[in-house]
Design a binder for this molecule. Structure first.
Ligand SMILES: [Zn+2]
Length: 143
């Protein structure tokens, strides 16, 4: 298998809709997710608080989700950082096997499969650039 030297992230045009962006990426490990997340955070000027990391994974290699730092989570009442933002970032990595490929041919059956699914919902406040600024789509891996 060829190991790409960069992160490839592609918009899932079929499933994305207004206020909900779905991206597919070639991450295969937790480390890659964390590294890409740093790039994503700096290119969008957003910060995220870990909400949960489900451990009972059957068809997945990895699953974790975050809430925007400007959410109500972990804030005292009247905190300046509580903007009540409901934006959520969800990243999962699918296993690649016969069953998953069958249902996800478009992204899994290619030379560089994109097993990671990134779901981002819209913020209720300004972020750097626009919601769909896709500067972070293709970035070199830090190897
Ligand atoms: Zn937000």
């Amino acid at each position: 298998m060829n190991i790409p030297s960069e992160y490839v992230v592609e918009k899932d045009k079929k499933l994305s809709k207004d206020g909900k962006l779905i991206l597919r990426a070639n991450f295969t490990s937790k480390e890659e997710v964390e590294e890409w997340l740093q790039i994503y955070k700096s290119s969008t000027s957003t910060e995220w608080i870990i909400k949960d990391e489900p451990k009972d994974l059957k068809k997945l290699v990895f699953h974790k989700y975050w809430l925007c730092q400007l959410s109500k989570l972990n804030k005292s009442k009247n905190s300046k950082r509580d903007k009540g933002c409901k934006s959520r970032l969800d990243i999962k990595i699918k296993k690649i096997n016969k069953d998953t490929v069958k249902n996800d041919r478009f992204f899994l059956k290619r030379e560089t499969p994109l097993p990671a699914v990134i779901t981002i919902t819209q913020h209720n406040h300004k972020t750097k650039g626009c919601f769909e600024t896709l500067k972070y789509l293709r970035v070199a891996k830090d190897t």
